[in-house]
Design a protein around this ligand. Sequence first.
Ligand code: NAP
Length: 285
Amino acid sequence: MAEKLIDGKALAQKMQLQLAEKVKKLEIEHGIVPGLVVILVGDNPASQIYVRNKERSALTAGFKSETVRLSDSISEEELLEIIAKYNQDPSYHGILVQLPLPSHINDKRVILAIDPHKDVDGFHPMNTGHLWSGRPLMVPCTPAGIMEILHEYEVDLEGKNVVIIGRSNIVGKPMAQLLLDKNATVTLTHSRTRHLASVCKRADILIVAIGQANFVTEDFVKEGGVVIDVGMNRDDNGKLIGDVNFERVAPLANLITPVPGGVGPMTITMLLEQTYQAALRSVEL
Ligand code: NAP
């Protein structure tokens, strides 16, 4: 068994308790309650679960939380009007549109319509630019959560070889930039990468975000390495499993995230943290 199992759930709980304290203080000192609105279009079952969890966590931490549930027949223009309304509403500091959207809605236009200062998912190109210029404002929540995990478990990044599998705008690319900012040497791999297993085997830290159950085996992992599994896949029984074959990789790794209970709980935590930070900035304006 791995020397250490990363407990993302415990870290998330700890951070959300601290956040609840900060939220109370913000209200007492400035009369501001951080507000988060989540907009859900259609009835994708996975999205329904994510949105419910986000709402529950936001309320528990003392946020003002609203979920706008819209029919999947809504037009793009109608959706843009709803976003414009929340952009103008000073009681909401964070706006999140749950992806994926129905195919008749252009998700790029929707992301562009969100006020970048309220874009708590960090997907707006302005926030991408801030991130890549080394002055992050809103950062995609999953990579931000992974940075918190690495910090909590005192994983030294300076000069380390980090290999990321998966180059999505949501996970892989922003992850690479956050790690570069901490002076790691980053290799971003994808489906066309040659000799993937041997590239990964050199990694001090391996981060996997591809969406293929049990893809990463012991052939990809260096002895004593750190393995972060972002993947969320369902097996035939509906059980949540990661992209890493945990049973085969854990004996080699020094630190490893389980699925569930690893990266997942940190994503919501960072969503709340960024909403709180946006509320705090509204005081300072
Ligand atoms: P995505 O947009 O589908 O991107 C997948 C990436 O993986 C692509 O860059 C793709 O390469 C690469 N890839 C796919 N198959 C590969 C292979 N056989 N070898 C090497 N690279 C391969 O996925 P995503 O949105 O980043 O999500 C990835 C996984 O993370 C999913 O399981 C998702 O559910 C999970 N996730 C979890 C959280 C969380 O909070 N825990 C948050 C976000 C995502 P190409 O670019 O070449 O196609």
